[in-house]
Write a protein that binds this ligand. Structure first.
Ligand SMILES: C[S@@+](CC[C@H](N)C(=O)[O-])C[C@H]1O[C@@H](n2cnc3c(N)ncnc32)[C@H](O)[C@@H]1O
Length: 434
């Protein structure tokens, strides 16, 4: 291997992790630093970037303890290279001697030959650490690499279950599929996956979910290009399943991009009039691509869900799905960089936007109709507290969330906690209008 993936990993992480970088999302940064790499090299690059984001605080903490004097801010690339090396040694199966040898060379490539000896010494010492024993001595937010504000908020919201959430946030998520019911039922999809040599099990919560034993590239999924299957977490499949409407009814997917749930609504209600709205024109293109692959239709429109006047034609909807922008604290397994981007100070603006969207969309629903509110958040203020406040403001709204949807009692709607199953952390409330 050329060493190139480790170099690109350092440059990518420079853009993502706190410091003087751009604060880019990991996916954006990986796309920005895209270079021709062999599949194995690309796999290493992705693993290093996700792994260092996942375990950042733990790795950084140990490194700080080893350094006799702190690394200068200008040596940030060296620091990130060392964190990559620690991640490889502690969390991957790669041979320790190969890892230890790779990083002094990387320091030289980074024009920091002075750090080659340091890399060698630090990584050699790391190979001798009893990781499990040392980790057990650490406070949860360091052991589980969480920012303090999030750990404190989880403790406040979930009490003892916060530790389970923190530990589960480090896991690699399973690859979960949604079967396109317009093409086949779940048993037929399981049979075609088995015939392709892909081990899979039916989901336990969502009726068209299938969880794979091991992730595979989507191109290996039978019929993926023809729209037979989509990739979607099992909890994320529940909100659209809770929509009830006449087959030819009017549906709004109010925050639609990139279109995971739009596609699901189109699969469930192929004859409905479905409007997919989002305020991000670039992301709306993904909704169109998804619908094209599925062979299904929706009207796709750019607009602000908190201000319907410019885009609403005045005809009420039978049901609205509001998959609101949120802290994304329920999907840290999939987007570990969120931990280092999100701040406690971001929350009031997000909670305010969610409340404005709920209030603005509610009048668009016919009497007897539904609004399903969803977030991939594990923060009560975006979830049950948000919906309890909404119910207090709107006397014609009733919590109609099916019992047993959630994992833990909450004041309104249903909270799914990551760590209680294979699914992401998610919140769902079905609200019916009198
Ligand atoms: C959680 S994502 C939606 C995911 C999508 N429902 C899916 O299943 O693929 C939230 C979306 O809200 C959009 N958004 C943020 N503010 C908005 C606004 N004021 N009006 C409409 N959409 C907005 C974002 O662009 C983002 O695409």
């Amino acid at each position: 291997m050329s060493g190139q993936p480790r170099l690109i990993a350092v440059r990518t992480l420079m853009d993502v992790l706190p410091g003087d970088g751009h604060g880019r999302s990991l996916r954006e940064a990986l796309a920005h630093h895209r270079q021709p790499l062999e599949p194995a090299e690309r796999g290493l690059l992705t693993d290093l970037c996700f792994g260092v984001c996942r375990h950042y605080r733990l790795l950084d903490h140990w490194l700080d303890q080893q350094l006799q004097k702190p690394l200068k801010a200008s040596a940030r690339q060296v620091r990130l290279a060392l964190l990559c090396g620690l991640y490889e040694l502690w969390f991957t199966e790669r041979a320790a001697h190969a890892v230890v040898n790779a990083y002094p060379d990387l320091c030289r490539t980074l024009k920091a030959p002075w750090a080659a000896g340091l890399a060698n010494a630090v990584l050699r010492k790391a190979t001798r650490l009893d990781l499990a024993t040392w980790r057990a001595t650490l406070p949860v937010p360091i052991r589980c690499s969480l920012p303090d504000w999030l750990w404190q908020q989880w403790q406040q919201d979930w009490g003892e279950a916060a530790t389970t959430l923190a530990e589960a946030s480090l896991n690699e998520p399973p690859m979960t599929l949604r079967v396109n019911r317009q093409h086949q039922d779940r048993d037929a999809a399981l049979a075609s996956l088995a015939a392709a040599g892909i081990a899979a099990n039916p989901g336990t919560r969502a009726p068209f979910a299938i969880t794979l034993a091991h992730a595979v590239p989507v191109q290996h999924l039978p019929g993926f290009d023809q729209g037979t299957l989509s990739v979607q977490d099992e909890a994320a499949q529940l909100p659209a399943e809770l929509i009830e409407a006449p087959p030819t009814g009017r549906l709004l997917d109010a925050c639609a991009a990139p279109g995971g749930k739009t596609g699901q609504l189109a699969e469930r209600f192929p004859e409905a009039s479905l409007l997919a709205l989002d305020n991000d024109a670039h992301r709306l293109q993904r909704v169109r691509e998804n619908l094209t692959r599925l062979g299904l239709h929706a009207d796709v429109q750019q607009g602000d869900a908190s201000d319907p006047t410019p885009w609403w034609d005045g005809t009420p909807f039978d049901a609205i799905l509001l998959d609101a922008p949120c802290s994304a604290t329920g999907i840290l397994r999939r987007q570990p960089d969120v931990k280092w981007h999100r701040r406690a100070a971001d929350l009031p603006a997000l909670v305010g936007l969610q409340a404005r969207m709920l209030d603005a969309l509610w009048p668009l629903i016919r009497p007897g109709g539904l609004l399903v509110y969803a977030t991939c958040s594990l923060l009560d203020q975006e979830n049950a507290a948000q919906i309890s406040a909404f119910l207090a403001r709107h006397g014609d709204a009733q919590d109609d969330t099916p019992p047993d949807t959630g994992d833990v009692p909450v004041t309104a709607g249903a909270q799914l906690l990551s760590g209680t199953g294979q699914h992401d952390g998610f919140y769902i409330a079905r609200l019916r209008k009198h």
